[in-house]
Design a protein. Sequence first.
Length: 369
Amino acid sequence: MDEGPDGDGGGRRRGDLRRPRAAVRAVLYRQLATDEDRAAYWVRHVRLGVALTEVTALAVAGYVLMTPGTPTRTATLMALAVVAALAAPLLLLLPLAAMVRGPRGSLLFYLWSLADTVLVTVATRVDGGASSPLSVLLFLLLAFMAVAYPPSGVVLMGAVTTGGYLLCVSGGLGSSAVFVALVMATYTLLCAMASANQWEAQDRQVLLLRTSEVLAATDPLTGCLNRRAFLDRLGSAAAGAGGPWVVCLVDLDGFKGVNDRSGHAAGDAVLREVTAALGVVVRETDTVARLGGDEFAVLARSTAADAASLAARLRDAVAAVGARCGVTASVGVTEVRAGEAGHEVLGRADQAMYRAKSAGGNQVTALTR
């Protein structure tokens, strides 16, 4: 029995239609750059393309002037060369670095390539079609795309270029036209392979850089942030980003005794447990870091009134973890003042923490001045 328009068959057909459209959208709207270095690469690519367009337009103009032809042919080819030479530099006026980091930045390059393909196709047709040497410029366009475009984009534009040659340049499906189209399709695949290799290398490089950044910012024992990363975030907080902020400096009481009695492996286990306990107490927007040894720090978006409650929860969390081994925490609390240096904030939190430790430990002390 046939399925109705809203039955499973209709749903499958709509799904089948959506898949090609989704694939095309994935190609057209692929993000080209995720960092400044890659964005700078694309800006250089555009400048190279503009320079290449200027040289090509000049070469076409020279070719037209040195070869005989009708006045219409000469005027049309010269006009196309002038349009290309004048239009290409306009791309440099666009905010390219920002565009390539957005989801629609790739669309600009495909429209640019499509416009160039149309200009070359029209020029080749005016100059005599398949017999014109201007058709080799189509191969130049494909090579330029292979330098930077993602492989799926190269295949898409190669299909457009090959189709444009067959429909508008060759004048028919003769043996020579089919042969050139096959060569063009093969060349497209080679360009796509080169593009795939380049993008794979780029992805590996980005992954390596991100992994290095994570390792550089992470304490290897506990997995939380290290001192350098904490100071970076503290600097951003002091610059006025999303405040108010407070810092809680957590120093473990009795930790040396754990190492002395049970060894460093037991001490390392306690540090990992403390890190996990602190992470449970804070919010996702807060930062937990190990500054070194048995000293931790928490950067939290909080007012001074709420900071005492947070510090008490941190102290209680450490006490719960360290109950079996005699470890507690002295917590020093201070506000982050706009514009001050990170070491000044930590110095003030350190003073508050030592006051708590001098009072017998397992205490919370706030220092605001």
